[in-house]
Design a protein around this ligand. Structure first.
Ligand code: SF4
Length: 180
């Protein structure tokens, strides 16, 4: 029987959830023996197979049109979609900007930050001017499995990958369910 195909990608996040995935260390070999690890930010292949994958994993919330396109593409490509980490599950840290106006957010990012010099100015890219709010993954596409945590710890990620690789739906509860 063919191994299940697993793909991942990232949206609006800090890459920490994929770094936590790498923290499974040598257990990645056990996962690779059970599953076919396809496109991801940490493999050479960057786009899910045109014929689809069994499991898609997304880190990060939805902050711009590029995030939205990646989320829609992964949803279309996979049978089971996993929201990995707080940003994907409920917006996380990036969603803190939803409490401020677009003008306040852009001024803080491009003019007022401590590292910005006197030349700081807000870029005029139309994408930046879209009055959007950061959304969780499930506000844009249906999600099948939620793995909260900022980031989820490596043991939890290994459990999730190992279960999915063996055709089982992981049961996220107890010490695997945390929000920090
Ligand atoms: Fe980074 Fe935390 Fe968001 Fe993961 S959940 S992308 S670790 S901020």
């Amino acid at each position: 029987m063919a191994k299940p195909k697993i793909a991942s990608d990232w949206l609006c996040g800090c890459a920490g959830c994929h770094m936590s995935l790498l923290d499974i260390d040598e257990r990645i070999i056990a996962v690779a023996e059970l599953a076919d690890l396809r496109s991801s930010p940490i493999t050479d292949l960057k786009v899910p197979d045109i014929t689809g994958v069994d499991v898609g994993i997304l880190e990060g919330g939805i902050n711009n049109t590029a995030n939205e396109e990646v989320a829609l593409r992964m949803r279309k490509s996979c049978k089971i979609l996993v929201a990995l980490g707080d940003c994907a599950v409920f917006g996380g840290v990036p969603a803190m900007r939803n409490f401020f106006t677009l003008e306040e957010t852009l001024r803080r990012a491009y003019i007022e930050t401590e590292s910005t010099d006197s030349e700081g100015k807000i870029p005029d890219d139309p994408e930046l001017m879209r009055p959007t709010q950061v959304r969780s993954l499930q506000q844009v596409v249906p999600v099948d499995i939620f793995v909260p945590g900022c980031p989820p710890d490596a043991d939890t990620i290994f459990y999730v990958l190992a279960e999915l690789a063996q055709g089982r739906i992981p049961d996220i509860k107890g010490d695997k369910l945390h929000w920090d």
